[in-house]
Design a binder for this molecule. Structure first.
Ligand code: ADP
Ligand code: MG
Length: 717
C-alpha cells in the first residue's frame, strides 16, 4: 500500500531513469509528486462522431481499429503506421510517423480513444499522429459516446499538461499520477477551517485531485484558486507576524547628522542620483523615530542600493551605536567590507567583517589602513565594531551585539523570516529596544504589488540608474558561432578587460544528483569541465580562475580578489556571482545553459558587467534551441529593465517551470500569479485576521507547522 511518504521509486512501472528525472524536478516522495501541478489542460471534453470530424479541427474520437499496418515511406528509412478506425458513423484514416512498434500495441479489433488534429490528403480526412490510448473493448457499438463511460486519461476530457524536462513524457506523468491521486485525500489540510470557509475555498485534497484530473473548467478554476490562495496566504502570514512583533516594540532613535552626511556624500567618487537621495532621506527620517523602521529598499541591479545603506549605517555609527549589514555570500560581504573601509576612511569608524571564513577589522589600535586588518574572533568584532558586515555566520554564532540600532539585510529574499528575526533579536541585552530594519531587494516588482505582498514593510524605490551606465549589448549565440564569441572575448582581454563565464553546475554529478554521464548527455555544462576546456584548449595564454559554492571561503575570496585586481582575466563560475559582486573592469558576461535560468536571474548576472566606463556585452548560450526557449532568451536582448523581464518570464515559463531549484529573487509561486491582486488582498485580510486573533498560532497547530516548514524550504540555501 502506497502512502504519501513513500519514495516515488515505489511507484508501479517507474524506471530508475524516470525517478532521477523526477527528482530533478524536486519530486522525491509521493506527496511532492501530488504537488507537481499541470500548467495547462488540453480540452478533449467533447467526443466527436467520426462523420463530424473535419479537416482543420482538433478532435477526440473513439472507435475500433479495423486495420493497422506499417509501411515504409517513399523517402526511405521513414516508417509510417497507417490505421483505419471506425465508430458507429464512419471510418477515418490515421497516420503515425516513425513509431513502428505501434503495431505491437494496437491491434485490429482494439477499441481506441484518439486525440489530435484532422488534416486532409488526397484520400480525404486523415488524423495525423494523434495521442492514442486503448480503452475497454466494451460494447461501445450503438451507444452514444457519453453512455460508453470510457475511462481514458490521455485523450478525453480535460487532459493535464505538465512542464517537463528532457524526455519525460506527458503520458508517463499522467500514468504515474493516476496511481497516486487517491492519496490526495490523505493530505493534511493545514489551512484553518474558518479561513477556508470565509474565502469559499476547496479542501486541500479535493483541490489537488481536481488540479490534476478536473472534470470541468470550474474544477480547474476552483482548484487553482485554493492552491494559489495557499501560496499567497503563507507569504501574508509571514508579513503579518513580523508586523505584529514590530508594532509592539520600541526603537532607539538615530539622529540625522546632516553636516557630516553631506560631507560624506561629497567625498564619494560619484554624484548620487535623485532616486538615491530620496531613498536615503526617507530612511533617515524613519531612523529618527522611536518606532522601529521596517522598510524595503527596492532597486534594480546596479542602481546603487549599497551606498544608501552605507549612509544609514554611517549615521548609526556617528551616534555611537552599532549597525549590521547581513549579506547572502562571503564574497559579497568582503567586497562590501572593503568598499566601506575605503569610503569611510578618515571618519574613525570601526568596521568589522564576520563570515565563516574571514573575520577581520579595520581597527584595534586606532583605525588602520586597508590591508593592515587583524584577524580576530567574532565575539571581539561583534562587540567592538560600529559597522559590522557579515553573512549567516553572524546569526549562527551565539553572540549578542553591544548596542545594535540598525540591521540591514541585503538581498532579503535570500534569507528566511527566522533568520531575519534572529538577527533583530540580537540587540543589546540590557535594553528592550528593537533595531531599525532595512531590507534590500533587486526583485523588480511594482509598488502596489510590493505593498500587497510584503504587507509589513514600508517601501523606498530607486527607480533610476546612475547616469553613466551604458546598455549592455546582449546576444543569444548559436552553437556554430561559439568560436567567434571566444575570439571576441580574447580581443577584449587584449584590450585589458575581463570576462565572466557562468555555468549551471559545479561539477558534472552532484547538485542535480545525476551521474556524470547523465549530466553530459543532458548537455549540462559544469564549472570544472568548462574551466579545464577553456584553460587548456581555448585560452591557454590567458590567466583563468574558477569559482563555486563548494570551495573554501578563503579560496573563494582569493579568487575573487585576484579577479578584482585583474590578475585573473576570465572567471568561470556558478551562480555564486549572481548577487551584487562588483568588478567594473569586467565587460563580458557569457552564460552557458542560459535556458536553465529565469530571466530575472539572467538579468542579475548581466548586471555584473557594465558597471564601469566600458561598453559591455552579454552572450547567452542555450542547450535547447526550441523556438520558445530562444524567444524567451531573446527578451533579454530587447529589455533592460528587470520588471519587464520578470513579467515576460512568468508568461513564458509559467510559474510551474520555475519549480524547485533554479529561480531565486521571486517569492516561490507555483500557481498564484504576482499579478493576482484580488486573491492577494483576500489572503492578506485573512492572514491579518488570524494573527490578530492569536499571534501564537497555538489554535492552529497545523498552520504553525506548515509555516515553519515553508520558511525553511523557501529560504535555506
Ligand atoms: P546594487 O543596487 O545592485 O546593490 P551597488 O550598490 O552595488 O548596486 O552599486 C553598483 C555600482 O554602482 C557600485 O560600483 C557603486 O559604487 C556604483 N554607484 C552607486 N551609485 C552610483 C552613482 N550615483 N553614480 C555612479 N555610480 C554609482
Ligand atoms: Mg547590492
Amino acid at each position: 500500500m502506497l502512502t504519501l511518504n513513500y519514495s516515488i521509486k515505489e511507484l508501479n512501472r517507474i524506471g530508475s531513469a524516470t525517478a532521477i528525472k523526477l527528482r530533478r524536478l524536486g519530486v522525491e516522495i509521493v506527496q511532492d509528486f501530488l504537488f507537481y501541478f499541470p500548467f495547462r489542460y488540453e480540452d478533449f471534453s467533447k467526443i466527436l462522431k467520426i462523420k463530424d470530424a473535419k479537416p482543420g479541427m482538433s478532435v477526440n474520437i473513439v472507435g475500433q481499429i479495423e486495420l493497422i499496418q506499417n509501411k515504409r515511406s517513399p523517402r526511405r528509412r521513414m516508417f509510417i503506421t497507417e490505421a483505419l478506425v471506425r465508430d458507429e458513423t464512419e471510418s477515418i484514416k490515421v497516420i503515425w510517423f516513425n513509431q513502428p512498434f505501434l503495431t505491437r500495441t494496437l491491434k485490429e479489433g482494439d477499441a481506441v480513444s484518439l486525440a489530435g488534429r484532422v488534416e486532409e490528403d488526397f484520400t480525404g480526412a486523415v488524423m495525423m499522429s494523434p495521442v492514442y490510448e486503448k480503452v475497454r473493448n466494451a460494447d461501445w457499438r450503438g451507444l452514444s459516446a457519453d453512455q460508453r463511460g470510457i475511462n481514458a486519461v490521455h485523450t478525453q476530457g480535460l487532459v493535464p499538461i505538465y512542464h517537463l524536462t528532457n524526455d519525460l513524457s506527458q503520458k508517463q506523468i499522467r500514468y504515474l499520477m493516476k496511481q497516486v491521486i487517491h492519496l490526495a485525500d490523505r493530505l493534511s489540510d493545514w489551512l484553518p477551517e474558518e479561513v477556508r470557509k470565509n474565502s469559499g475555498l476547496l479542501g486541500l485534497g479535493e483541490a489537488v485531485r481536481k488540479v490534476h484530473f478536473p472534470k470541468s473548467n470550474k474544477d480547474i478554476a476552483d482548484a487553482r484558486r485554493r492552491l494559489a490562495f495557499d501560496e499567497l496566504f503563507l507569504i501574508q502570514m509571514q508579513s503579518q507576524l513580523i508586523k505584529k512583533d514590530l508594532d509592539a516594540s520600541r526603537a532607539e532613535p538615530i539622529p540625522f547628522r546632516e553636516e557630516e552626511t553631506k560631507k560624506l556624500i561629497q567625498s564619494l567618487p560619484f554624484k548620487l542620483t535623485d532616486a538615491q537621495r530620496k531613498a536615503a532621506w526617507g530612511i533617515l527620517k524613519d531612523l529618527g523615530k522611536d518606532k522601529p523602521m521596517s522598510r524595503l529598499l527596492e532597486g534594480d541591479v546596479g542602481s546603487g542600493k549599497t551606498i544608501v545603506a552605507l549612509i544609514a549605517m554611517f549615521n548609526a555609527a556617528l551616534a555611537g551605536k552599532q549597525a549590521v549589514l547581513m549579506v547572502p555570500t562571503e564574497i559579497l560581504a568582503s567586497q562590501h567590507y572593503e568598499s566601506f573601509c575605503r569610503l569611510l576612511k578618515g571618519w574613525g569608524i570601526k568596521i568589522g567583517l564576520v563570515t565563516r571564513g574571514a573575520k577581520k577589522t579595520n581597527h584595534e589600535s586606532g583605525i588602520m589602513n586597508q590591508g593592515d586588518e587583524k584577524n580576530r574572533d567574532s565575539e571581539f568584532i561583534i562587540h567592538d565594531s560600529q559597522i559590522i558586515i557579515g553573512t549567516h555566520a553572524l546569526i549562527q554564532e551565539k553572540i549578542n551585539f553591544k548596542n545594535l540600532v540598525l540591521a540591514i539585510i541585503d538581498e532579503q529574499h535570500r534569507f528566511g523570516v527566522e533568520q531575519r528575526k534572529t538577527l533583530i533579536k540580537k540587540t543589546s541585552p540590557e535594553g528592550d529596544f528593537t533595531p531599525h530594519l532595512l531590507s534590500t531587494t533587486a526583485t523588480p516588482i511594482p509598488r502596489s504589488l510590493a505593498l500587497a505582498l510584503y504587507g509589513d514593510l514600508d517601501l523606498s524605490i530607486i527607480n533610476q540608474m546612475p547616469a553613466d551606465r551604458k546598455k549592455i549589448l546582449t546576444k543569444v549565440v548559436a552553437e556554430e558561432n561559439r568560436g567567434k564569441a571566444y575570439d571576441f572575448i580574447r580581443e577584449q582581454i587584449m584590450k585589458g578587460r575581463q570576462a565572466f563565464v557562468i555555468c549551471p553546475l559545479i561539477n558534472i554529478s552532484d547538485p542535480l544528483r545525476l551521474s556524470g554521464s547523465e549530466a553530459s548527455k543532458l548537455g549540462v555544462k559544469s564549472v570544472k569541465e568548462e574551466f579545464e576546456k577553456l584553460d587548456k584548449a581555448i585560452f591557454p595564454e590567458i590567466k583563468m580562475g574558477m569559482l563555486h559554492g563548494k570551495m573554501k571561503a578563503k579560496e573563494k575570496e582569493e579568487t575573487m580578489r585576484d579577479f578584482l585586481e585583474n590578475k585573473i582575466k576570465v572567471l568561470v563560475s556558478t551562480s555564486v556571482v549572481e548577487v551584487g559582486v562588483d568588478v567594473p573592469n569586467a565587460t563580458i558576461m557569457m552564460i552557458e545553459g542560459a535556458d536553465r535560468f529565469g530571466l530575472a536571474q539572467l538579468h542579475q548576472f548581466r548586471g555584473r558587467v557594465g558597471r564601469g566606463e566600458y561598453q559591455s556585452y552579454c552572450f547567452l548560450f542555450s542547450e535547447s534551441e526550441a523556438e520558445k526557449t530562444l524567444k524567451r532568451l531573446n527578451a533579454l536582448t530587447e529589455h533592460h529593465d528587470g520588471f519587464a523581464l520578470a513579467k515576460i518570464d512568468l508568461k513564458f515559463r509559467g510559474p510551474g517551470e520555475v519549480y524547485g531549484t533554479m529561480q531565486k529573487g521571486f517569492p516561490e509561486l507555483k500557481i498564484a500569479s504576482l499579478f493576482d491582486y484580488v486573491l492577494m488582498k483576500l489572503a492578506k485580510e485573512e492572514a491579518e485576521r488570524i494573527v490578530n486573533k492569536d499571534a501564537s498560532l497555538d489554535a492552529w497547530p497545523k498552520l504553525k507547522e506548515k509555516l515553519g516548514e515553508w520558511d525553511r524550504q523557501t529560504h535555506l540555501e
